[in-house]
Design a protein. Structure first.
Lengths: 296, 105
């Protein structure tokens, strides 16, 4: 077997970068001899490990992107879209406290999330203003236009639903196809608006030159916001379980609660550690505010 | 695992950093040097797997020159990571030797 054939176990991008060097090393090692079984097995193992590593990196990147934008937006949108229905639902007096507790928790978390998002915006505000002054608006204009369009559509939908609720009885509403379609379309527009605004925020963040302290604060606020949204999902699910006396929803709610308890402390801890590393790198003079990256 | 990814004394990344600490080397020179000072024979696959990870983490970097026998050198973060890993190893070694009564100091 020719030494070059041993490289086929490696991914093509890796071969392009390191292939010639590895071949030269193999030739130096063999010194005109034939590849031994030990060397062949080492190459197979090395090549497969490289493929697994690359697949893992691609997967992590995809999950990070999805979790940082669309998942958060979709979860928030779905919660807000379901809220009016949940608010309308009534409970028997004996279990009213369950629903009231879930609703209080939900309202509290919504307020907390809003505060976290606001704080995040304030931390980034000076860098955002500098970005606009340096002519950054065209880089985000198209995304902002789409997000604003979706927001107007969602607002129009909510206004229309409100008018319908005032002019029609509950029985008429429950049998109206137009109301049902309007309700679904409004929910979709809300989800789209949240998703598109999140996309605007993510695209803008790539261009901001944030100071290390501000970056550390942003990391922590992002982790806190995701925690808050996951808590909202949990509270909403338990609320549904109480409203519908549904064991499956209760199981989902408890499972969510366990997930929040396990995942979010680690996420916040990771953000705190990363922020600390940034600050200590700054104090050692090895960190400078990030240069603007290309739009994703 | 340490943030630098360096774990044990016979880890290929640690051996490579030690080898590069006294100057740049290409693949074959690295393998020979590591065999000389550590008695560990790293195959081409293992050696380049470790080189890839170290380059990704910014602990070593390639130098220009002959593409087929490209030398690598340790970066400042690589030197810092190596110093940290060696300090950890020295602490464990000292404790072990002291407990065995082999190193009264």
């Amino acid at each position: 077997m020719k030494p070059a054939n041993l490289l086929r176990w490696y991914p093509s991008a890796w071969r392009e970068r390191y292939g010639e060097e590895l071949l030269a090393l193999i030739q130096d090692t063999l010194d005109e001899g034939r590849p031994t079984w030990r060397l062949r097995l080492g190459m197979v193992r090395g090549g497969l490990r490289e493929r697994v590593h690359q697949a893992g990196q691609a997967g992590i990147t995809a999950v990070k992107r999805a979790s940082s934008t669309w998942l958060l937006a979709v979860a928030t949108g779905l919660i807000l879209a379901g809220l009016p229905w949940n608010l309308k639902a009534s409970l028997p007096p004996s279990r009213a406290w369950q629903g009231a507790a879930a609703l209080d928790a939900l309202a509290g978390v919504i307020a907390f999330t809003g505060a976290a998002v606001l704080a995040s915006g304030l931390v980034a505000a000076p860098a955002f203003i500098a970005f606009l002054r340096e002519g950054g608006w065209p880089k985000i204009r198209r995304r902002v236009v789409w997000a604003a369009g979706a927001t107007v559509a969602a607002g129009g939908g909510l206004a229309g639903l409100g008018l319908a609720q005032r002019s029609m009885t509950s029985a008429q509403l429950s049998h109206s196809w137009a109301y049902f379609i309007g309700d679904v379309a409004t929910a979709l527009a809300l989800v789209a608006a949240f998703g598109l605004w999140t996309s605007v925020a993510a695209a803008t963040a790539k261009h901001l030159k944030l100071a290390p302290r501000a970056r550390a604060a942003q990391l922590l606020l992002a982790a806190v916001t995701v925690t808050a949204v996951l808590t909202m999902v949990t509270a909403n699910t338990i609320w549904l379980a109480a409203v519908q006396s549904s064991l499956p929803w209760l199981v989902v709610g408890v499972a969510n609660l366990a997930l929040v308890g396990v995942v979010t402390p680690r996420m916040i801890g990771r953000a705190v550690r990363k922020g600390r590393r940034m600050r200590s790198a700054t104090s050692r003079g090895r960190y400078s505010p990030s240069a603007p990256r290309s739009a994703g | 695992m340490a943030p630098s990814g360096l774990r044990r004394a016979n880890d290929p990344p640690l051996l490579i950093l030690v080898s590069l600490a006294d100057g740049p080397k290409h693949g074959h020179a690295l393998a020979k040097d590591i065999e000389d000072f550590a008695g560990v024979r790293l195959g081409p696959g293992a050696l380049y797997g470790a080189i890839t990870r170290l380059v990704e983490r910014g602990l070593i970097e390639p130098l220009g020159g002959d593409d087929r026998r490209r030398p690598y050198r340790i970066t400042p973060p690589g030197s810092a990571a190596l110093a940290g890993a060696l300090a950890d190893l020295r602490r464990v070694t000292s404790a072990g030797l002291a407990r065995l009564g082999l190193d009264p100091a």
